[in-house]
Design a protein around this ligand. Structure first.
Ligand code: 13P
Length: 247
């Protein structure tokens, strides 16, 4: 049976002291969860978080990676650098990267490809804006975003994790209803199935204002295999409660 994955995305939050307190709280409270758990932390804290997570069931993740192997790309972090720190997952194509750093579908697809080639599991993020949803374009947008990743990755597509994060639900407190999320997840699953006979093993996460109160309903949907959690991953009791909902 495929395990669910609960991944925290700290975004640009944290400090040495706050990270230590948060991770100690999570490690002591997590027990033996029925799901996989990961924390996607700012890259400058990978070393600290790796050492705090050593021996725990919680995996380490990064929030972005360069599509290039190495070289003159000031400020970027490569997959081999992530390998050095035992990073298992890396977000690619988060809507904040697409919006503020102008990452295109093609760049996101290359990042996923680079991660897969390095043994880092990309958590590929896709999702529509409010304007796109209101224009009835949700399916068209998410299918286009996913198609680019499928096109670049071929049969390796079954090795990715996919996160559906409607942009209008991120950090707004406006969660997609379980039905809205399931509807899009079913479309994505069908698209993945058309591309790979292994599509059933791909974890499809939902992200966007998931919290301790709404997690069980969302995670109870047939095509929702986990969550990508922003704000609520910064508070140990909330994140632990979401992990418990995934059991
Ligand atoms: P929030 O949970 O804060 O809405 O953020 C979701 C997200 O963007 C996770 O990647």
């Amino acid at each position: 049976m495929k395990k669910k994955l609960i991944a925290g995305n700290w975004k640009m939050n944290g400090s040495l002291a706050a990270n230590e307190a948060l991770i100690k709280g999570l490690v002591s409270g997590v027990g033996t969860p029925n799901c996989l758990v990961a924390l996607c932390v700012p890259s400058v804290y990978l070393a600290q978080c790796r050492s705090l997570l050593t021996g725990s069931v919680i995996d380490l993740g990064a929030q972005d990676v360069s599509q290039h192997e190495a070289g003159a790309f000031t400020g970027e972090v490569s997959c081999s650098m992530l390998n050095d720190f035992g990073v298992r997952y890396c977000l690619v194509g988060h809507s904040e990267r697409r919006q503020y750093h102008f990452e295109t579908d093609a760049v996101v697809a290359l990042k996923a490809q680079r991660a897969l080639a390095s043994g880092v599991t990309p958590i590929v993020c896709i999702g529509e804006t409010l304007a796109e949803r209101e224009a009835g374009r949700t399916e068209e947008v998410v299918k286009r975003q996913l198609a680019a990743v499928i096109h670049a990755n071929g049969h390796c597509i079954s090795e990715i994790v996919l996160a559906y994060e409607p942009v209008w639900a991120i950090g707004t407190g406006k969660t997609a209803s379980a039905e809205q999320a399931q509807q899009v997840h079913a479309v994505l699953r069908a698209q993945l199935k058309a591309a790979s006979s292994q599509a059933d093993r791909i974890q499809l996460l939902y992200g966007g204002s998931m919290n301790a109160a709404n997690a069980s309903q969302l995670l109870g949907q047939p095509d929702i295999d986990g969550g990508l959690i922003g704000g609520a991953s910064l508070k140990a009791p909330d994140f632990l409660s979401i992990i418990a909902s995934a059991g």
